[in-house]
Design a protein around this ligand. Structure first.
Ligand code: HDE
Length: 694
């Protein structure tokens, strides 16, 4: 008799998940709704005979599977999205007619996608890279896409150079590596030959490029845009997102290790925060200015390699965004979302920034390439939430039942037969601008100063941040095989700052090259901008941060409970780690389950760590290599460490004997008072003064 694999065979006994999956679930059907009899065995002639062509269910299932993939984004391929809401603080009617800012408390639905730039879809989250910060506002006058980055400047001034930039940073084509990294010859070859990139590389080598979380990074519109009032009065505007969680980054050695321990670190972090109800928020701010300011400012406001320092032109907060809903389906939403800089509603307009102009041209092409149909705007994540009416018709995957008889305008029909009414002044009116000039391929002289703001960024950093920048240049240039490339980049850095160039050259054991010729002499009179430092602006809070609580057998139950309470009260999260994921027994005999086994939970995944153990538990941890690394890494990464109970054997085994006693950020934790003191200290900065050399 023919044997038939049944669903019961596949499930196995006692499988609760499967037992639960019956009940109210709908029947399995084909894509056309026909109920399926058997999803384990294809239709065949005889027990061991060939599969039959008439098995439509098999054919459809495999056909669909074979077509599951679409091209990934050529840049920003790896991203993670979430839904939320934007709320305006006040009416901005005096500067823009954009409905999103029409009145105080006005709420607009948003979708945000964060991303890395260079890596492929399956790359890791903690690459040293710029982060995309793209926001789609579903306004009641159409979608507004603010497609920004977490760094306010860009590598190039003219969109014509974008393919060159991207080709240089992507994996090298003759070998297919390195992925998701700028630390290789072709990127630094290009950057060193393009002095206009220098300012951006300073930001990219800073801790901005290795954020702790999407939740702890700023966002910027980068370009100068325009606000336009109902009366047609326009002003220039630059957009800033400020995370209300505060800014925070990791150190490079942590980034490298996080990529191994949890390549999904940033997406998991955002998902966990939103799912646990800890909704991240950003404040939207604007720098608004007129032609007089633009004319008198030190640099060209159309040059995307420049900022306007906040100290020169303050940022005015105008609203707050809250991300409060994870996606239902990553492909349908995060992958299919189509951002386009040219999506601006009435009240917002472009400037003549050549990079922005190029982007406005590019984004439509990329969506057609990826999504395969001109009707991509009908996908739920892209569809405006306001009425849509036009005479565009048909095309692949048309899902809209467009009514009306006339599909052209002007037409003289009326009512249901007519279609939308005539376009008019209620629509998006481009700012009238008088333009004249001779057509030439030219770069304005006002774009020529490539080093002064790079220097300003450098001198605005704290010494710790400067150390990180030097180390990053040394690391990245050290990965270049061609010495001339290293040397050329250091020659450029001499125009930024002699100390920076000297320290990078020393780190590379390179003879200091002559400074490269500069079109304009570097200005040394620009005041430092404290707003550019992450550390100088770090908040004193543990809210939204995570404590890694490593427990050994016999850990004091009261201390463990007190730590959990203190962290939760501070708005933070705790993850319990033990040698085995089944957990450990506390001093009161209670079994404490673990969230993670130590082998999969190195301390790089946490903002601060505490280790609590009884005698036997402490000795067992000391025997565990992953537990020893847990302590050593936390110490090396300047983290606050809490020690409770019998941890001295572990500390000695980790090679930190003698070092922890005199260390201000290694605290003894025993009981509720200590737990509170410890968490209060965790809210402060990392212990940057820690001497970590052997
Ligand atoms: Fe983009 N960029 N870009 N870009 N960009 C894309 O569009 C492009 C630039 C940015 O999460 C692509 O949908 C050109 C600056 C983000 O889906 C593509 C130029 C800034 C995202 C494209 C730039 C950005 C993209 C690829 C040179 C910061 C991801 C996939 C002028 C202000 C959006 C896609 C998402 C994506 C073109 C420069 C930000 C190819 C030609 C400057 C955040 O259209």
């Amino acid at each position: 008799m023919a044997a038939k694999n049944t669903s019961e065979d596949v499930r196995g006994a006692g499988d609760e998940l499967h037992q639960r999956s019956g009940g109210d679930s709908p029947p399995l059907t084909t894509a056309h709704g026909v109920p399926v009899e058997d999803d384990q065995n294809s239709l065949r002639a005889g027990d061991r005979g060939p599969t039959l062509l008439e098995d439509a269910h098999f054919r459809e299932k495999i056909f669909h599977f074979d077509h599951e993939r679409i091209p990934e984004r050529v840049v920003h391929a790896r991203g993670y999205g979430a839904h939320g809401v934007f709320e305006a603080y006040e009416s901005l009617a005096d500067i823009t007619r954009a409905s999103v800012f029409a009145q105080a408390g006005k709420k607009t639905e948003v979708f945000v996608r964060f991303s890395t730039v260079a890596g492929n879809l399956g790359s890791f989250d903690l690459a040293r890279d710029v982060r995309g910060f793209a926001t789609k506002f579903y306004t009641d006058e159409g979608n507004w896409d603010l497609v920004g980055n977490n760094i306010p400047v860009f590598f190039i001034q003219d969109a014509l150079k974008f393919p060159d930039l991207v080709h240089s940073v992507k994996e090298e084509p003759d070998r297919g590596f390195p992925q998701a990294q700028s630390a290789h010859d072709t990127f630094w070859d290009f950057a060193s030959l393009m002095p206009e990139s220098t300012h951006m590389t300073l930001w990219q080598m800073s801790d901005r490029a290795i954020p702790r979380s999407f939740r702890t990074m700023q966002g910027f519109g980068v370009h100068t845009f325009r606000f336009v009032t109902a009366e047609g009065k326009s002003s220039f505007v630059k957009f800033h997102w400020t995370p209300l969680q505060g800014m925070q980054s990791v150190v490079w050695d942590e980034a490298v290790k996080i990529n191994g321990a949890d390549p999904d670190f940033h997406r998991r972090d955002l998902y966990d925060a939103i799912e646990s109800g800890d909704f991240p928020q950003w404040e939207l701010g604007v720098q608004v200015f007129d032609d007089d300011f633009a004319d008198s400012f030190d640099f060209d406001v159309l040059d995307a390699t420049k900022i306007i320092p906040e100290e020169v032109l303050p940022v005015r907060p105008i609203g707050r965004m809250t991300l409060d809903r994870t996606v239902t389906n990553v492909f349908a939403e995060t992958e299919q979302v189509a951002f386009m800089t040219q999506n601006v509603p009435p009240g917002i307009d472009f400037s003549d920034d050549p990079l922005l102009q190029g982007r406005n041209f590019s984004y439509l092409d990329t969506q057609l390439k990826r999504l395969g149909s001109t009707n991509f705007s009908q996908l739920p994540v892209n569809a405006p939430r306001c009425p849509v009416a036009h005479f565009q018709r048909d095309g692949h995957m048309q899902t809209s039942l467009q009514p009306g008889r006339a599909t052209y305008e002007p037409n003289s029909f009326s009512g249901a037969e007519r279609g939308p009414r005539e376009a008019g002044a209620e629509g998006h009116v481009p700012v009238p601008e008088r333009v004249e000039g001779t057509t030439r391929r030219i770069r304005s002289e006002s774009f020529a100063d490539h080093y002064s703001q790079a220097r300003q960024f450098w001198v605005s950093q704290t010494p710790v941040e400067q150390d990180h920048i030097v180390a990053a240049y040394v690391f990245e240039l050290g990965k270049c095989e061609v010495e001339a490339i290293r040397s050329r980049m250091v020659a450029n850095l001499r125009n930024v700052d002699e100390e920076l160039a000297g320290r990078v050259a020393k780190g590379l054991a390179l003879d200091l090259p002559e400074a490269s010729p500069a079109a304009v002499e570097t200005r040394t009179d620009l005041d430092p901008s404290p707003a550019l430092s992450i550390l100088a602006n770090a908040p004193e809070t543990f809210a939204g941060r995570k404590l890694g609580l490593l427990l050994g057998e016999g850990a004091d139950a009261d201390t463990v409970a007190a730590l959990e309470t203190s962290v939760t009260d501070a708005g933070g999260m705790v993850e319990v780690i033990a040698i085995a994921v089944g957990g450990t027994t506390l001093s009161d005999g209670r079994r404490c389950p673990a969230d993670q086994a130590i082998a999969g939970a190195p301390s790089v995944l946490y903002d601060a760590v505490a280790i609590i153990a009884g005698e036997a538990g402490g000795a067992a941890l000391a025997d565990e290599p992953a537990a020893r690394d847990f302590v050593t890494d936390a110490f090396t990464h300047f983290k606050v460490i809490g020690l409770g109970g019998a941890t001295s054997t572990l500390v000695a085994a980790a090679g930190l004997d003698g070092k922890v006693d005199a260390d201000d950020a290694v605290l003894t934790v025993s009981g509720a008072d200590d737990a509170q003191t410890f968490i209060t200290r965790c809210a402060g900065p990392r212990h940057w003064d820690r001497a970590i050399t052997a």
